[in-house]
Design a protein around this ligand. Structure first.
Ligand code: BGC
Length: 471
């Protein structure tokens, strides 16, 4: 079997699965530009506008919750297909909505789709990619999210001229159809197949995706070993303290990602440009597009480095950069921005912050969350962490403006600076390095009681294997 061909096949499969991220990004990014026109046409109060925005995150949390059991029973592929169908229905619903109720229901359906996609796509990617490029392939998913956000910002800017909000929302139907067709061609996850005792099929998929039959057979053997433990999700969570640790770590990681403050920048970029002294809508829209573009470009840094430098050094670097930028921005807002030089300096600091996020916590948190869970409880563990992402996302989105109003912009940005410092400490204490190590090896360490920050070691020597059974 030709090694290059096989690798290309894997990359294509990963690319198609990562398309789900594009839809996630499009739906996250699109509403900022569409909302003013929707509010005008339906005469919405601020409260109703908040509802139109946040009902999607509510749907996403619920979608993520249902995805665990669903992808466990139906399989990863069928879950992704269902997600794609929901994207199509939700987008068409938004485009034709004639009142706020229909629009809200459609946004809720989109939320369900985003929840399913944000759960299933990284999980599928982590199960299908060979370990040496696993980090890059899951980062590809984050790259798609950022491209989706940027595309939404751009199409909003282009369509805002005529106030075509129905097109802004409706145009997402096309990538959703492409996702559906793309997913139809994907193979099922070999790990899920093995979990369902379909070992022969799992072997076939692995042969298609690996460089040699031997590599495929070795991986299948490892997977068979790890699926012997039959406990599942909630049961495992109740009875196994090691699995509880990895579940809590996943939740913590997603909270860390959201509390960096990046989501605030993505949702409220125009507002932040306004605080920095850019008063016209035109300036704010283009500033937002530049922020989106920076986000996309810097994600490539992560893709290039994640499997070489490892997860932990990049995370520490990213959180440090973000902490410094938040500190400087707080200081600039505190001392007042009074001339164009200071305005542009603030934009540069903001862009460096975005680089810090996009090259680290943006992709790496998704990477880690899908890597740290043991197979028997992976669906449950990833469900919990993905839900945590959406819950934290809702909290952050709903409190930013209130924070600015109550404690002021400088303190708000300093607060985020402090949270980034806390993230550095948490990374040092709890985050494992999972570079170049198989998921089965990580699982072995975790279930043997290795401290969380050491579960990515090749062979963890500190604990005797027989203590695992006792837990
Ligand atoms: C996060 C989003 C964030 C986006 C920005 C994602 O990984 O989950 O909350 O807005 O990255 O690129």
């Amino acid at each position: 079997m030709n090694p290059t061909k096989t690798n290309r096949q894997t990359i294509l499969v990963c690319f198609l699965a990562a398309l789900a991220g594009l839809l996630f990004g499009l739906d996250m990014g699109v509403i900022a530009g569409a909302l003013p026109f929707i509010a005008k046409e339906f005469g919405l109060s601020s409260h109703h506008q908040e509802m139109v925005v946040s009902i999607m995150m509510f749907g996403a949390a619920l979608g993520a919750l249902c995805s665990g059991p669903m992808s466990s029973s139906l399989g990863r592929k069928k879950s992704l297909l269902l997600g794609a169908v929901l994207f199509v229905i939700g987008s068409i619903g938004c485009a034709v909505a004639h009142n706020m109720e229909v629009l809200s229901i459609s946004r809720f359906i989109l939320g369900l789709a985003v929840g399913v996609a944000s759960f299933t796509a990284p999980l599928y990617l982590s199960e299908i990619a060979p370990e040496r490029i696993r980090g890059s392939m899951i980062s590809l998913y984050q790259l798609m999210i950022t491209i989706g956000i940027l595309a939404a910002f751009l199409s909003d800017t282009a369509l805002s001229e005529g106030g075509h909000w129905r097109w802004m929302l409706g145009v997402i139907t096309f990538p959703a159809i492409i996702l559906f067709v793309g997913v139809l061609t994907l193979p099922e996850s070999p790990r899920w197949l093995a979990m369902k005792d379909k070992h022969e099929l799992a072997g076939k998929v692995l042969k298609l995706l690996r460089n040699s039959n031997k590599e495929a057979q070795d991986e299948l053997n490892q997977i068979r070993e790890s699926v012997k433990m039959k406990q599942r999700g909630w049961q495992l969570f109740r009875h196994n303290s090691h699995f509880r640790r990895s579940t809590y770590l996943g939740v913590l990681l997603q909270f860390m990602q959201q509390f960096t403050g990046m989501t605030v920048i993505m949702y409220y970029a125009p507002k932040i440009f306004e605080i920095a002294g850019f008063s016209t809508t035109h300036e704010q829209m283009w500033g937002t597009v530049i922020a989106g573009l920076t986000n996309v470009l810097a994600t490539f840094i992560a893709i290039a480095l994640v499997d070489r430098w490892g997860r932990k050094p990049i995370l520490k670097l990213g959180f440090s950069g973000m902490a410094i930028c938040m500190g400087i921005l707080g200081y600039m807002f505190h001392s007042g921005i009074s001339n164009p030089t200071e305005q542009y300096a603030a934009v540069i600091v903001l862009l460096i912050f975005i680089v810090g996020f996009a090259m680290s916590a943006g992709p790496l948190i998704w990477v880690l969350c899908s890597e740290i869970q043991p197979l028997a409880g992976r669906d449950f563990g990833v469900t919990c962490s993905t839900m945590a992402n959406w819950i934290a996302n809702m909290i952050i989105g709903a409190t930013f403006l209130t924070l600015i109003d109550t404690i002021g912009s400088p303190n708000t940005f300093w607060l985020y600076g402090v949270m980034n410092i806390v993230c550095i400490v948490l990374t040092i204490l709890f985050v494992p390095e999972t570079k170049n190590i198989s998921l089965e090896n990580i699982e072995g360490n975790l279930m043997r009681g290795a401290p969380l920050r050491l579960i990515g070691q090749q062979i963890f020597k500190g604990i005797r294997p027989d203590t695992a059974a006792a837990k």
